[in-house]
Write a protein that binds this ligand. Structure first.
Ligand code: IPE
Ligand code: IPE
Ligand code: MG
Length: 237
């Protein structure tokens, strides 16, 4: 990008990895081939985020609603995650911290174990924080936060009056991460689909018709440039 020095880079970017199925369909391939290709894009774009100086990136990989898909597709996606986590060690060279958000209890124990291993192995990496949302739903996340806070109240650790926005935020799966500045959704759908609903209350949105497997670093740069040119007012003037 030519005028890179003037670029206002978002701190936290959320990416909805959508369009894998349509990408495969266009090529007369099974949907799972689209997910495989989408996983490659995840790697490329994560590296590109780091290069741009983005500090937090959160990807939507599997929603609480995606269990409604045919069982063989769900299984193919879960297998892909497991395979992917075996290979993800090369992220170490990138110094990127990887964490998972969502309700893990419904995932296979072997997958849960691999997730914990990857988180442990990368916990001291500090070039960028990458969250991967698996069995994630924004409403489920808020419910979970409320349950944690209710336990504190019940134990007498805090009073109901002490519950504030900050406490709710800190009990979300994304914990100490700053609010989302920019949400990117490829594939032409103009909706959030239950992604980071609390964290993106004041986010900017960038939609494109490009399908996720076709999404390139240049498309990320375009999204960041668009964001950079916007005027965020946060209710002010
Ligand atoms: C996103 O791609 C990946 C997941 C939801 C797991 P889709 O599978 O939703 O792709 P389309 O929307 O059918 O093209
Ligand atoms: C959102 O995509 C979830 C992920 C990308 C993981 P969907 O394809 O599931 O969303 P809808 O069904 O079009 O809203
Ligand atoms: Mg979709």
């Amino acid at each position: 990008m030519s005028e890179n020095n003037a670029l206002n880079v978002p701190v936290h970017v959320g990416i909805i990895m959508d369009g894998n199925g349509r990408w495969a369909k266009k090529r007369l391939l099974p949907r799972k081939m689209g997910h495989k290709e989408g996983a490659k894009t995840f790697r490329t774009i994560t590296r590109a985020c780091k290069k741009l100086g983005i500090k937090y990136v959160t990807y939507y990989a599997f929603s609480t609603e995606n269990w409604a898909r045919p069982q063989d597709e769900v299984e193919a996606i879960m297998d892909l995650f497991e395979k992917y986590l075996d290979e993800v060690k090369d992220f170490a060279e990138e110094n990127i911290r990887l964490r998972f958000i969502g309700d893990r209890s419904k995932l296979k124990p072997s997958l849960q174990q691999k997730m914990a291993d990857v988180e442990k192995a990368s916990e001291n990496f500090d070039a960028m924080d990458c969250f991967l949302a698996i069995n994630y739903g924004g409403r489920d996340e808020i419910k979970h936060s409320v349950q944690e806070i209710a336990k504190m109240v019940k134990k007498g650790e805090i009073s109901p009056e002490e519950i504030d926005e900050d406490l709710i935020t800190r009990n979300l799966y994304t914990m100490e991460a700053p609010p989302v500045d920019l949400i990117i959704r490829p594939s032409g759908e103009l909706r959030l689909s239950n992604f980071l609903i609390w964290q993106s209350a004041y986010a900017e949105y960038y939609f494109t018709d490009i399908l996720w497997p076709d999404f390139k670093p240049a498309d990320l740069e375009k999204a960041v440039k668009t964001y950079s040119d916007r005027n965020r007012r946060f209710g002010g003037v």
